[in-house]
Design a protein around this ligand. Sequence first.
Ligand code: NAD
Length: 326
Amino acid sequence: MRILVTGAAGFIGAHVCEKLLARGDTVVGLDALDLAPGDVALRRSRLARLSGARGFTFLPGDVTDAARLREAFTVARPEGVVHLAARVGVRAPDAEAPAYADTNVTGFVRVLEGCREAKVAHLVYASSSSVYGATTPAPFREDAPVDQPLNLYGATKRANELMAHAYSHLHRLPTSGLRFFTVYGPWGRPDMAPLLFLRALSRGEPLVLHGDGRMRRDFTFVDDVAEAVVRVLDRPPEGSPPQRLLNVGHGEPVVLGDFVALLERHWGARARVTSVPAQAAEMASTWADTSRLEQATGFRPRVSVDEGVRRLVAWYRAWVDANAGR
Ligand code: NAD
C-alpha cells in the first residue's frame, strides 16, 4: 500500500513507519521536524534509522501549510493516511494554546480535506485517552461520555473525533480515531514520565512524582501501539457513517510508584523520589477497555509492563552511551 504518515519523525510515527516499511509498503513521511517544539536531535535520529529503508521518502513540512500538505498528497498518492502530527502534552503553557489549536485543529482539517480530495480509502488518526474526564467510569469504554476534558490538548483531540465524524458522514471518508494510552518504549518522548524518570534515575537527580506517586497510568508499549495502528489501517470501518473510535491501551493501569520500582530494578539503582501534588490538567487514573480494538482487529496489546520496561531501559542505556556528553 502507499501510505502518508504525518508526524513520521515522532515517537509513535517512526515506529509505525518502520512497521509499514518492513512489510513492503511505500511510505511518505511528513513532519515539521525543527519547526515543532521538542527534541529535534532525537527526531533526526529516528529519521536517520528510516532513511535507508526501501520505499521511504521524507518531506519536512507543517500540516497547517496547505501548499506543503497538498504536495505531500501529490507525492504520496496515498491509499491510506496515518495522521500523528500534533502538539502534544497535557500541561501546555497557556501561551502555547493558539499553537495547539493551529496544529491540532486547523492542521487536522487540512488533513481531512487532503483525504477527501485524494479519495483516500482510510484515515487513521491519533486521538488520546485525554478525551476522557475525571468522572469517566473505569475501565474507560469508547461509548462513555467525553464532554469534560481536563486540558486543552484533550479538547483538541475530542474536536478531531467530531470533525472526523462529520467528514465520514458528509463525504463517506472512512476514519478511525485511536485513543492512545501513555505510550512508552525505545525512542520515546523525553517530555513524558518514563524518560523523565529514567533520566533522573540515571543521573542520580531527584525523580519528581506527580500526585504523590498514587496516580495510575495504563502504560502501553510502543510496538503494540504500532501493530495496532497497522492492523486498524488494514481494516477500514464499513458502517454508516464509516467511522469508529478505538482505545489503544494495555488494559492494566499501573501505580506510578510501582512503575518507578520497575525502572529501579531494571536500571539497577534506587531513585531519589520527591513528590508534588497532581495538577488540575492531570487525570488521577487512566485505564483502557480494549475489547473494541480486539473485536475490530483480533489484536490486544500484549507486551507486559515488566518486559516493556526491560526493553526501554536496554535502549536507554545504549542511547546514553552513544550520546555521552550530548
Ligand atoms: P511526538 O511529539 O513524538 O510526535 C509528533 C510529531 O509531530 C513530532 O515529530 C513533531 O515534529 C510533529 N509535528 C508537530 N507539529 C507538527 C506540525 N504542525 N506539522 C507537522 N508535524 C508536526 O508525539 P507521539 O508521542 O509520537 O504522538 C503521536 C500522536 O499520538 C500525537 O497526535 C499525540 O497527540 C498522540 N498521542 C500520543 C500519546 C503518547 O503517549 N505518546 C498518547 C495519546 C495520544
